[in-house]
Design a protein around this ligand. Structure first.
Ligand code: GLA
Length: 717
């Protein structure tokens, strides 16, 4: 996990800074400043986190908030960020300032490392703050080292703690369930504590996505107001604690969920926490999202600035019911449609226990002989002949009890001794804390790639949370399992990335059960939800687009919500990484022709949609319509999508305020607006307008029709 970070550090120019007279440590991006103060008692306080001030000396006039990292057992009565138990029974931690270093990383970021230490027990805590000036993005994590002589136990080990003194705080969370991910809801935080967390282990984000927004002073809106947005880059249990104290100060603690995860550090051992990534926007959610999107494409997402492949997936077209002939037929359909790749989903493996349903076969990664007598090779060949690429579904971290793997290696399975096993989706999780299991999981990919080097893509699934929590490998250290399991996964993914750098992969977890930025260092995209009803997807994609660039949101056209036109379904999917999971036989000739044109349109518009700036114009949460636009970088041309969901008769569409007001354009330039992607294939000119007109007055683009969608290009003239 830390590898890339270390490379960055090696390329860094490290130097120890001279702290200014005021003992301030100042970290500034283009618009934001995070300032710490080493006070007279030699402890570290958060002085300020807010809008950057022109004159650095002004920071010294701001009063301090609380201690930067609150520790257990000292003078503060609220939730601590760090809690260490010592061997002699003293469970407190006093952190005093030792030194700090500032450096520039090779990717343009700045890094400040502040070293704190307990003067009696010598526990050392290093606070790392990395910040990207042009993106206004900060990252924070801690490194805790036992520099004493006796073992210590880490009970709480946050990555970040932030303090706010605005008085009013409005939390937006994103939670749901399978097929209903990332629903946004906002609540005012009052005195006391609110926590968002996960204890699911592997399919960690099934109920709650690992990100949040906090409107400071006022509720969040799309274009106005001060807003904190944060996310934990960790593919496992996370916890965010929001606590408002008796004075109205908000403390935000972010990190791994310490639930059943106390760790012992022997003398000299270090524990590194994952990165908490955050931004402060002074113009609401839209700007915060764009900060994240730009930063993520440039610095975090695997192949973040590279192209993405359109595809045809067979999951909903066939489920488990396929054979070589059927698949070769679908590969032909993929070519006819004009997509870049065919993706074979679940159901291709297992012989003693053929994978004819989700009840068996997981773990036995050999092609089922009577379904695929000529192996995957026949399929990669067929794809090649058709001039498209081939992708394959795997779920390598899991096992069905009905499998040869389980029969042979029950010791590799996370399962409780002396208890009946219970199953989530008929399966169990393999113990990735065990290096042998890591080798086995790596080998699944390595063997497939060695035998079939033409595989271009994997859909990597993870359909179960960690159940029956017990590791044969961890022995007496059971509480290490949740964390070691995730780090084991990263070790495997590191090896895959190193050996197969060209491979693209989709992170999937029974829909959107894994949606985090550490995962996206390895995966080019993720599957937000199994729910592909386009109306539901408007909400789900709205939720995830708050933090992830749409380039990372896989979106497929399927037969969910058949009453919605194929065009509506396709237009929703075009606002992400477009794919199809539908048989041509499920469409009329006209619909199929429409899809082919839509793919051609998408290919042309892809650089704007996937790499441009996203402006969410009208929220589906507001009612009956939705609109989002994408503006090419450097004042480029734009694309606008509008949707009429279930509008009531004459519902507001004739009022001027119902005009769709555009955003992100140059007010002084003229633009030609054209409706494209129509059912009859003919473009319709809407007119020429100034950028100012389009942004201040807008255009009446919504209609009263149900499940209606429109796509417009906005080109400079
Ligand atoms: C999960 C995924 C689906 C599909 C199935 C296959 O549910 O989210 O897209 O791949 O597994 O079993």
């Amino acid at each position: 996990m830390r590898k890339r970070f270390l490379i960055g550090l090696l390329g860094a120019l490290a130097f120890t800074s001279n702290m200014d007279a005021e003992n301030l440590i100042i970290m500034e991006t283009d618009n934001t400043a995070l300032v710490y103060d080493v006070a007279d008692n030699n402890r570290l306080y958060q002085r300020y986190f807010g809008k950057k001030l022109k004159n650095r000396a002004d920071y010294s006039q701001i009063p301090n908030t609380s201690e930067a990292l609150i520790t257990h057992g000292m003078e503060d009565y609220y939730e601590p960020a760090i809690h260490i138990n010592h061997d002699d029974g003293n469970n407190s931690l006093l952190l005093t300032y030792v030194s700090h270093e500032e450096s520039q990383l090779s990717d343009g970021a700045n890094l400040t490392v502040i070293t704190l230490s307990d003067p009696v027990y010598n526990d050392e805590v290093k606070l790392y703050i990395t910040y990207y000036p042009e993106h206004d993005i900060f990252k924070s994590h801690t490194e805790i080292t036992n520099k004493g002589n006796k073992p210590i136990s880490l009970e709480k080990y946050a990555s970040s703690m932030l303090h706010f003194t605005n008085g009013d705080y409005y939390l937006t969370q994103f939670n749901g369930d399978w097929a209903s991910e990332a629903n946004a809801s906002e609540t005012k935080l009052e005195f006391g504590k609110k926590q968002l967390d996960s204890k699911l282990g592997s399919r960690a984000d099934m109920f709650c996505s690992p990100f949040f927004q906090i409107g400071l002073d006022s509720p969040a809106s799309e274009n106005q107001g001060d807003l904190l947005v944060g996310t934990l880059a960790w593919t496992g249990n996370f916890r965010f604690t929001f606590e408002v104290d008796h004075r109205g100060e908000l403390r935000v603690i972010s990190g791994i969920n310490p639930y059943f995860s106390t760790r012992t550090l022997k003398k000299g051992e270090t524990f590194t926490t994952p990165e908490f990534i955050f931004t402060l926007s002074d113009s609401g959610r839209g700007k915060a999202s764009r900060n994240f999107h730009d930063w993520a494409r440039d610095h975090q997402v695997y192949k973040g600035n590279e192209n993405r492949l359109t595809l045809l997936n067979n999951w909903e077209a066939t489920y488990f019911d396929f054979d070589e002939n059927k698949l070769i037929g679908l590969i032909g359909e993929a070519k006819d449609l004009g997509v870049d790749m065919f993706l074979l989903d679940d159901g291709w493996f297992g012989n003693k226990y053929p994978r004819h349903s989700d009840t068996q076969g997981l773990g036995d990664w050999k092609e089922t002989a009577n379904k695929l007598p000529n192996g995957i090779g026949a399929l990669t060949e067929a794809a090649k002949k058709n001039g498209i690429k081939f992708g394959l579904w795997i779920e390598p971290e899991m096992v069905n009890p009905k499998s040869e793997l389980y029969e042979k290696h029950k010791d590799w399975v996370i399962t409780l001794p002396n208890r009946d096993e219970y199953y989530f989706r008929n399966q169990l999780v393999l113990d990735l804390s065990n290096p042998q299991v890591q080798d086995y999981v790596f080998d699944i990919v390595d063997n497939l790639m060695t035998k079939y080097p033409d595989i271009a893509y994997f859909k990597w699934d993870c359909n179960s949370p960690i159940t029956n929590i017990y590791s044969n490998y961890e022995g007496k250290n059971q509480e290490n399992l949740y964390v070691d399991h995730v780090n084991g996964l990263y070790k495997v993914l590191d090896r895959i990335q190193e050996k197969y750098p060209e491979l693209m992969m989709m992170m999937c977890s029974g829909g959107g059960g894994r949606t985090d930025y550490e995962g996206l260092k390895y995966f080019t995209e993720f599957w937000p939800s199994d729910n592909t009803d386009p109306v539901e997807r408007l909400y789900i994609q709205w939720g995830f687009s708050q933090i992830f660039p749409v380039k990372t949101l896989a979106a497929h056209v399927t037969t969910w919500n058949r009453q919605s036109p194929v065009k509506f379904r396709t237009n929703v999917a075009m606002m992400g990484k477009l794919g199809f999971d539908i048989k041509l036989a499920d469409m009329t000739k006209e619909e199929a022709e429409y899809c082919k044109r839509a793919i051609r349109n998408y290919n042309e518009l892809k650089p704007i949609i996937l790499d441009g700036d996203q402006y969410r114009l009208v929220s589906p949460y507001e009612g009956q319509h939705a609109a989002t636009m994408y503006v090419g970088k450097n004042e480029g041309d734009a694309v606008l999508f509008t949707f009429d969901i279930y509008p009531r008769y004459k519902s507001g569409i004739f009022k001027s305020e119902a005009n769709v007001k555009l955003d992100g354009l140059n007010p002084d330039k003229k633009y030609k607006v054209t409706e494209i992607d129509t059912n009859d294939g003919k473009n319709r000119e809407i007119g020429e307008y100034s950028g100012e007109y389009l942004m201040k007055i807008g255009l009446p683009l919504f209609t009263g029709n149900r499940l209606n969608s429109r796509v417009f290009t906005i080109n400079k003239v």
